[in-house]
Design a protein around this ligand. Structure first.
Ligand code: NAD
Length: 320
């Protein structure tokens, strides 16, 4: 079995690699070649969450699981609160192939999915990017979004405004003017809005979003989290990575529970990639991508890391 430690990932997998891997992964899901197994997520007490996301991609010959979770005490120990590891297995024999550090890969695959939704669903003339959230994932989201459209500036809001300058520094690095604004202004000015918070009640109201906007709602990945008002989902054209996750642990959970949206109204982004759905139909349409994060995404980027590490001879080897 090979081991690709976390410290090697940044040199092995680029945002462009992640984008290509997620595009192929969602297309394989839409063609029925790949599927995710049900997610397991457990509260361990003290705010700690632990779970497993797994799946099988028959065409790519990929089987595996990401094990990980959220450990709020880690920051005080100088560690990242979110910790995860991806395990890849041979789908024919079940033998373990690799153990791959999953922290940076999680950020890269999540940002890649959001960017892919922008690439395929946002208006071609989108100029202003709105960012809601300024935590660990937000910087990755901003960098990936900036690759999907020629944005001219960024407007941002965060519940904790003291976190915004760090995101502003990334915008500056990308050459994008950055302004902290109210949610009213953000909705009125942004063509594309990325939400990436751990909120348990919505920040962005339906009335704050104008026609033609594309939203990538990326923060809600668990029962109870929420970023946008359910009424917004009722008037948007809805896309997701996987419908089963969208209605149970994604942003759509609330609109579905309220009877505002039915699962059949939500389209997998993969359907757009393989031409089974046209995506955005009109300039004035609101498109909303509910990014819940699926196990196959983790396997796809871990496979890239493993291939690169093997090619370069940097993977560690261990006998089990
Ligand atoms: P983080 O802890 O670094 O940042 C949390 C962010 O949420 C901060 O901007 C904070 O100000 C904001 N926030 C906290 N409480 C809020 C509230 N009540 N209202 C509004 N904003 C609030 O977390 P992170 O690592 O950046 O992750 C953000 C979210 O993305 C988490 O919910 C995480 O589970 C989720 N996530 C989703 C995926 C996916 O595939 N969809 C992948 C990774 C992370």
């Amino acid at each position: 079995m090979l081991i690709v430690p976390e410290r090697l990932i940044a040199d092995l997998v680029s945002p462009a690699d992640a984008f290509a891997a997620i595009e192929a992964c969602f297309a394989a899901m839409a063609r029925g070649e790949a599927y995710n197994f049900p997610v397991i997520r457990e509260a361990l007490g003290g705010g700690r969450q632990y779970g497993f996301k797994s799946g099988l991609d028959r065409a790519a010959g990929r089987l595996g699981v990401k094990a990980g979770g959220y450990f709020p005490g880690n920051a005080a120990k100088g560690l990242t609160n979110h910790q995860s590891t991806v395990f890849l297995f041979d789908p024919e024999t079940g033998l373990p192939l690799a153990m791959v550090g999953g922290n940076l890969l999680t950020a890269l695959r999540t940002a890649a999915a959001s960017a892919l939704s922008i690439d395929r669903l946002a208006r071609a003339d989108a100029k202003v990017l709105g960012m809601i959230g300024a935590g660990h994932q937000a910087g990755f989201q901003l960098r990936a979004a900036a690759r999907a459209r020629a944005f001219e500036r960024v407007v941002a809001w965060n519940l904790h405004p003291e976190m915004l300058p760090k995101l502003g520094a990334i915008a500056a690095e990308l050459g994008l003017p950055f302004e902290a604004v109210s949610l009213d202004r953000l909705g009125a000015e942004a063509d594309v809005i990325v939400t990436i918070t751990s909120s348990d009640r919505f920040s962005l109201a339906d009335a704050q979003v104008r026609p033609g906007t594309h939203l990538a709602c990326m923060g809600t990945d668990t029962v109870g989290k929420q970023e946008v008002e359910p009424a917004l989902l009722a008037r948007a054209t809805l896309f997701t990575d996987e419908v089963a996750q969208s209605v149970s642990i994604g942003e759509a959970q609330h609109a579905v529970k309220a009877g505002l949206v039915a699962a059949k109204r939500i389209t997998p982004l993969g359907d757009v990639l393989i031409g089974a759905h046209p995506g955005r139909r009109e300039a004035g349409e609101i498109t909303l991508y509910d990014g819940t994060g699926v196990g196959l995404q983790d396997l796809a980027v871990a496979a890239v890391a493993l291939t690169r590490a093997t090619e370069r001879g940097v993977a560690l080897s261990a006998d089990l």
